[in-house]
Design a binder for this molecule. Structure first.
Ligand code: GRF
Length: 217
């Protein structure tokens, strides 16, 4: 069983999707810890309900990013994860952590990267009258919302000008794709070749080096 650690800062609906998939037997792994920088994150409650070990490391207690990451690295090292999932974790990790766990950290981001790294992705899609919006799952490097791409799920925006509605559709896609990618990683169907920094997909259909899916939602 692969050891999974989830890092989050908020609601944790993606954590819930992972928990549900594990409970349904669709992920051959177990969550050995949920870590949050936000003591009020609802995701912590979701984890506790499942008797999953939770850890809070309040970033406000630390002088700078490096000090926070040192504390985080200590906790992570004890948990000895095979996979770390950033699921709405609103902190930028320093290279100390991304190098230590190179090839073991994935992030889910609500845009079709390289479009719109950072925040307010739904608003940017509306402002730019984009035809498509979607989500990206990628291995994490020290660069924000960058790193080798694993999968993207997109949908047609149509006439939607409502941020909340876009977000709702984004979540639906995230909750389908993230557990699937985690399972592929757990069973070794997807991994990062750290020497070449390329994602390897075994017997999976990829387009330009990543999984691409269109959702009619
Ligand atoms: C998701 O949209 C994810 O893409 C982004 O933050 C959001 C987290 O949502 N990084 P939740 O906390 O999992 O509900």
């Amino acid at each position: 069983m692969k050891r999974i650690v989830v890092l989050l800062s908020g609601n944790g609906s993606n954590l819930q999707a992972i928990i549900d998939s594990i409970n349904n037997g669709n992920i051959n792994g177990r969550i050995v810890g949920v870590i949050s920088n936000n003591i009020e994150a609802f995701g912590l409650k979701r984890a506790q309900k499942e008797n999953i070990n939770t850890i809070t490391i309040n970033h406000l207690d630390y002088e700078n990013r490096q000090a926070f990451d040192d504390a985080l690295l200590k906790k992570l090292a004890i948990l000895a994860p095979d996979l770390i999932v950033l699921a709405g974790f609103m902190r930028i990790l320093t290279s100390k952590i991304t190098d230590y766990f190179n090839g073991k950290i994935i992030n889910i981001h609500p845009s079709l990267l390289p479009l719109y790294p950072g925040l307010h992705t739904h608003q940017k899609v509306i402002d730019n009258n984009d035809e498509k919006h979607g989500i990206s799952i990628h291995y994490v490097s020290s660069e924000l919302d960058a790193g080798p791409l694993i999968a993207q799920g997109n949908f047609n925006v149509g006439e939607i000008k409502d941020k909340e509605l876009l977000e709702e559709k984004i979540h639906k896609i995230e909750h389908l794709m993230l557990p699937l990618v985690i399972q592929y990683i757990c069973i070794g169907t997807i991994y990062l070749d750290v020497k070449s920094n390329n994602v390897v997909f075994k017997n999976l259909d990829v387009i330009n080096g990543s999984i691409q899916k269109n959702y009619e939602i």
